[in-house]
Design a protein around this ligand. Structure first.
Ligand code: 13P
Length: 345
C-alpha cells in the first residue's frame, strides 16, 4: 500500500459512524494531576495499569475508533505481555501518539504560549510508526483576554501546526491538528467565537502554505463556549450554533473529520453539546469527539487506583463512550444518563 493509501485507510477507520477518539495522552505532569484528584500516586506501574484498563475495556471498540497515547504508553504492555498499542488495535482502535513537546512562553508576546517539538520530529515519527502509531497529535494553546492571543501567537502557532502536519504526512502518519482556545477566564461566548475564528482562519492559511493534504488530516478544535468564569453561560443550542457558524466560515469541506476536545467541560456537557451540533446538520465534515477528561473522569473516580474497582471503572468508560457515540450521530437523550445510574447500582 502506498503511504497515501495507508493514510486514507487510517482516516476512514477513525471517521466511522457512532465512534470517536479517546484522548489518553496526558503528559507526566498532567496525569500526575489527574491521579492526585483520586489520591493515587503517578508511578510507571499505575500509569500502565490505568491505560491498560482503559484500552482493555470489553466492547469499547464499538464506540471508540482511535486512541491518542503518550510516548511512554507506546512502549508499555499488559501483565500478560500484550503491548498496549496492540491491545487497542485488537479492539479495532487505531493507536495514535502525541508528538508535541509541550508549551513554553512565546518570546516578545507576554501572556502567549508556543508549542515546541519540531526538531527531529520526522525521525521520531519513524520510530512511533514502527511501534504501531498511525496518527499523531500536536496541541497549540491560546489564552484568551481582551488583548490575547496576539497576532504573533496566532501566526506562530499556526505555522508550527502546519509544519508538524506536513512532516507527519511525509512519514505516512495522519496528523490531528489541535488548536485549543482555552476556556479559562471570564470572557464571553462572543469573544471565544471571535478568537476561534481568527485562530482557525490562520491555521488553514498555514496548512495551505505548507501544502498539507486536507483530505488526510483531522481537526481537533475547542467548541465555542463562554469562559469558565463568565457570568453568562450558554445553552447547548447556543454552543452548537456558534461553533458550527465558526467552523463553516473557516474549515474547508475537504477536511473529513472534526473531533472536539472537551477542554474542561463536564462529561455530560461535552456529550450534550456534541449532540446538539449533530442535530443541526447535515455538515460537510463528520463532527465527533476526541475527549480526554469528558471520557475518563467518571472512570477515574470509579477506579481510585484500586484493582478491585477495575470492572466498575471500565463500565463507566464504556457508558460515556456509548453516550458520546450516540451524540456523534445526534441520537443522545438525557434520559440515557439515568439508565447508567440504574445499571451501576
Ligand atoms: P480534554 O478533552 O480533557 O480537553 O483533552 C483532550 C486533549 O487531548 C487535550 O490535548
Amino acid at each position: 500500500m502506498s503511504s497515501r493509501d495507508e493514510m486514507q485507510a487510517t482516516v476512514e477507520a477513525i471517521v466511522q459512524p457512532g465512534k470517536g477518539i479517546l484522548a489518553a495522552d496526558e503528559s507526566s505532569p498532567t496525569i500526575a494531576k489527574r491521579f492526585a484528584s483520586i489520591g493515587t500516586e503517578s508511578t510507571e506501574a499505575n500509569r500502565r495499569a490505568w491505560r491498560a484498563l482503559l484500552l482493555g475495556t470489553p466492547g469499547v471498540g464499538e464506540f471508540i475508533s482511535g486512541v491518542i497515547l503518550y510516548e511512554e504508553t507506546l512502549g508499555q504492555a499488559t501483565d500478560d505481555g500484550v503491548p498496549l498499542p496492540k491491545l487497542a488495535a485488537d479492539q479495532g482502535i487505531v493507536p495514535g501518539i502525541k508528538v508535541d513537546a509541550g508549551k513554553i512562553a512565546l518570546a516578545n508576546a507576554p501572556g502567549d504560549e508556543i508549542t515546541q517539538g519540531l526538531d527531529g520530529l520526522g525521525a521520531r515519527l519513524e520510530g512511533y510508526r514502527a511501534q504501531g502509531a498511525r496518527f499523531a497529535k500536536w496541541r497549540a494553546v491560546y489564552n484568551v483576554s481582551a488583548s490575547l492571543p496576539s497576532r504573533l501567537a496566532i501566526e506562530a502557532n499556526a505555522d508550527s501546526l502546519a509544519r508538524y502536519a506536513a512532516i507527519c504526512q511525509q512519514q505516512g502518519v495522519v496528523p490531528i491538528v489541535e488548536p485549543e482556545v482555552l476556556m479559562d477566564g471570564e470572557h464571553s461566548i462572543d469573544r471565544c467565537a471571535e478568537v476561534t475564528e481568527d485562530v482557525l482562519h490562520e491555521v488553514f492559511h498555514a496548512l495551505h502554505r505548507h501544502r498539507v493534504i486536507l483530505e488526510l488530516m483531522l481537526l481537533k478544535p475547542n467548541m465555542v463556549v463562554p469562559g469558565k468564569d463568565c457570568p453568562e453561560q450558554a445553552t447547548s443550542e447556543q454552543v452548537a450554533a456558534r461553533t458550527v457558524e465558526v467552523l463553516r466560515r473557516t474549515v474547508p469541506a475537504a477536511v473529513p473529520g472534526i473531533f472536539f476536545l472537551s477542554g474542561g467541560q463536564s462529561a455530560a456537557e461535552a456529550t450534550v453539546n456534541l449532540d446538539a451540533m449533530n442535530r443541526v446538520g447535515p455538515h460537510p465534515w463528520v463532527l465527533s469527539f476526541s475527549y480526554g477528561r469528558a471520557l475518563q473522569d467518571p472512570a477515574l473516580k470509579a477506579w481510585r487506583g484500586q484493582l478491585d474497582n477495575a470492572a466498575r471503572a471500565q463500565q463507566a468508560l464504556l457508558w460515556r463512550a456509548r453516550l458520546n457515540g450516540a451524540a456523534r450521530d445526534g441520537r443522545y437523550e438525557p434520559s440515557m444518563e439515568d439508565e447508567f445510574a440504574a445499571e451501576a447500582r
